[in-house]
Design a protein around this ligand. Structure first.
Ligand SMILES: [Zn+2]
Length: 219
């Protein structure tokens, strides 16, 4: 799952208007942001299935530190604590923590049963909506569209950058979603990890967009 996590990031701005979109783009995909590093360090593992029988062509063999429910709750607490210490905002910290946890719940819907509850000898969960690619894609785009709509309703561009930086970000996110779905399987786990590291640019892009937009005043 990709686009929907960013949809949560956009939408969460409504719940915590003072939190930058960049911080929300850090929190909602957080476990996918640390996963590439864990892959590169050889701590977590993914297999690529090249025979065309699986959408997406990946088997998440071992990822308890990024993607088990218990670990995700720990990461959420860490992200929330750091934000609270930095900004003294309880609501901001809570919303960021919930955004981190939302990732696991969304992944639970689409993943095949590969999500552990805790590191170690855990059962694996996943409702497997990925086996219906059209439904999975519709889900990604619906959540993304809803979140973007909330963000557009809650903020307005302060200058031209606030408009174009946002819409180019939206275009890039949609492009990545479609390229992932229709592109060739990645050549190696290392390639997945390095492409995954590029997601940090989306976090920076979120901060950039948000610094050129202000909260919409209605009424
Ligand atoms: Zn994930």
């Amino acid at each position: 799952m990709f686009l929907a996590h960013f949809g949560i990031g956009f939408g969460a701005k409504t719940a915590a208007p003072k939190v930058s979109l960049g911080s929300l783009f850090l929190a909602a995909p957080f476990i996918d942001l640390i996963w590439p590093t864990l892959l590169l360090l050889g701590i977590e593992r993914v297999h690529i299935i090249t025979d065309g029988t699986r959408n997406p062509p990946l088997e998440f063999v071992y990822y308890p530190y990024s993607h088990s429910l218990l670990a995700v709750i720990g990461w959420a607490a860490l992200v929330a604590a750091i934000y609270y210490i930095a900004r003294c905002s309880r609501i901001g910290a809570v919303v960021l923590g919930l955004a981190v946890v939302s990732h696991w719940l969304l992944d639970l819907v689409v993943h095949y049963p590969d999500l552990p509850l805790y590191p170690g000898n855990s059962p694996f969960l996943g409702f497997g909506v990925w086996s219906s690619p059209v439904v999975a894609m519709a889900l990604e785009f619906s959540i993304f569209a809803a979140g973007l709509w909330l963000y557009l309703r809650g903020t307005m561009a302060s200058d031209a950058t606030g408009k174009w930086a946002l819409w180019s970000l939206v275009a890039v996110l949609v492009f990545i979603q479609i390229a992932n779905a229709f592109g060739a399987p990645p050549p190696s786990a290392t390639a997945i990890a390095w492409v995954g590291q590029a997601q940090w640019l989306l976090v920076a892009w979120g901060y950039w967009v948000d610094s050129h937009r202000r909260l919409a005043t209605r009424g």
